[in-house]
Design a protein around this ligand. Structure first.
Ligand SMILES: [Zn+2]
Ligand SMILES: [Zn+2]
Length: 388
């Protein structure tokens, strides 16, 4: 029997977990119900559980045999501040909060794999099931790492996956090297001097300075980043002034940068500072600049990527495994774990029709048909990597 067929009996149970978590979404670091459900199920399977790793994170540790080898499998648990538009029975019951990124599915797949591995125990070594809080920009991966994740639960390698809408059910996408962009946020606060709208000569127009900075920032990617590198800088907010006849004394703008290497991200940060300070000085204004790293680039380790692709090929056939999918400009905080431990992050198809709409969309839903495939990936990975 194939691993997917072996996981099939758990499909109804995984669907029930997934829809229950979907109906009760929780924002980052508030996943107390979800973490409680995960911990209770792991204990039911006989897997020792550590709660409160990185605030609301949970780690289950399953040991079998005598080998010192270990592997970490990671799922994320948090939802987004979105008002759900779906009308199905398992829609969100928490106002303004929604599982619009499929983390409900990721959690259910990893729970399914944990139950299967705890029952069958056909491996020799240690598996850490890592259920991470607060992936959506709030720093959950870092919180777990800072809480000693890899010292307390050492992993030779780590693996995680994200569903991808518009990739067919039964397909996987695996890339070696850079896969998703790293990114940061920035704020620029301009200080000028207020004046009457009809007497600009007596002030320093903060709105004009902010406008010039917004335009000039676009020269950084166009003229400073090498054309063979990939980067984006978007100014996404500008605020200044209240009245028609008052030149504002302050203005604020902010936005996001994304790139696939830490060097390019550093270059973007330095560029923002240089352009903002230089432009402000040219107009007699001053600026405060704040650039913050939110995500590291997600860079897969070649050996682990090859290994993950091999497991996927064994599950669904090599022709259903995309080996060179396009780079993704969005970010993922599993990147911080990949900076500590070799591993691979991959995509699992969420389908084209049902559940086919993009993540972070109020009509999105994780596709339950993907559950046995994702669980089978984790299970087969363990049985192969930690072969008895
Ligand atoms: Zn997301
Ligand atoms: Zn996500």
């Amino acid at each position: 029997m194939s691993t997917v067929e072996l996981l099939a009996p758990l499909h109804p149970q995984m669907t029930a977990w997934r829809q229950d978590i979907h109906a009760h979404p929780e924002l980052g670091f508030q996943e107390s119900r979800t973490a409680g459900l995960v911990a209770a199920q792991l204990e039911l399977f006989g897997i020792p559980v550590t709660r409160g790793v990185g605030r609301t994170g949970v780690v289950g540790t399953l040991r079998c045999g005598t080998s010192a080898r270990s592997v970490g499998l990671r799922a994320d648990m948090d939802a987004l501040p979105i008002v759900e538009l779906n009308g199905f029975a398992h829609r969100s019951t928490h106002a303004g909060v929604m599982h619009a990124c499929g983390h409900d599915g990721h959690t259910a797949m990893l729970l399914g794999a944990a139950r299967y591995l705890a029952e069958t125990r056909r491996f020799d070594g240690t598996v850490h099931f890592i259920f991470q809080p607060a992936e959506e920009g709030l720093g959950g991966a870092r919180a777990m790492i800072d809480d000693g994740l890899f010292e307390r639960f050492p992993c030779d390698a780590i693996f995680g996956m994200h569903n991808r809408p518009k990739l067919d059910i039964g397909r996987f996408a695996v890339r070696s090297g850079p896969m998703m962009a790293g990114g940061g946020y920035f704020d620029v606060r301009v200080k000028g001097r207020g004046a009457h709208g009809a007497r600009p000569e007596s002030g320093i127009d903060a709105a004009l300075v902010a406008s010039q900075i917004a335009v000039s920032l676009q020269s950084i990617v166009a003229r400073n980043v090498a054309p063979v590198d990939t980067a984006v800088l978007s100014v996404t907010r500008i605020h200044a002034g209240e009245a028609y006849n008052v030149i504002p004394d302050t203005a604020e703008l902010g936005g996001t940068v994304r790139a696939f290497s830490r060097d390019v991200l550093r270059q973007l940060g330095e560029g923002i500072r240089r352009v903002a300070e230089g432009t402000a000085a040219a107009y007699g204004a001053t600026v405060e600049v704040d650039v913050r790293e939110i995500f590291a680039p997600t860079i897969n380790h070649p050996e682990e990527a090859e290994f993950a692709a091999r497991i996927c090929s064994e599950l669904v056939g090599a022709d259903r495994v995309e080996r060179n999918p396009p780079l993704i400009m969005a970010s993922e905080d599993f990147s911080f774990m990949l900076e500590k431990v070799p591993g691979c992050y991959l995509n699992i198809g969420n389908g084209v029709a049902d559940g086919g709409c993009e993540v972070h969309n109020p009509a999105y839903d994780f596709n339950d048909r993907a559950l046995p495939l994702g669980a089978a990936f984790f299970a087969r990975l363990v049985e192969t990597r930690l072969a008895a």
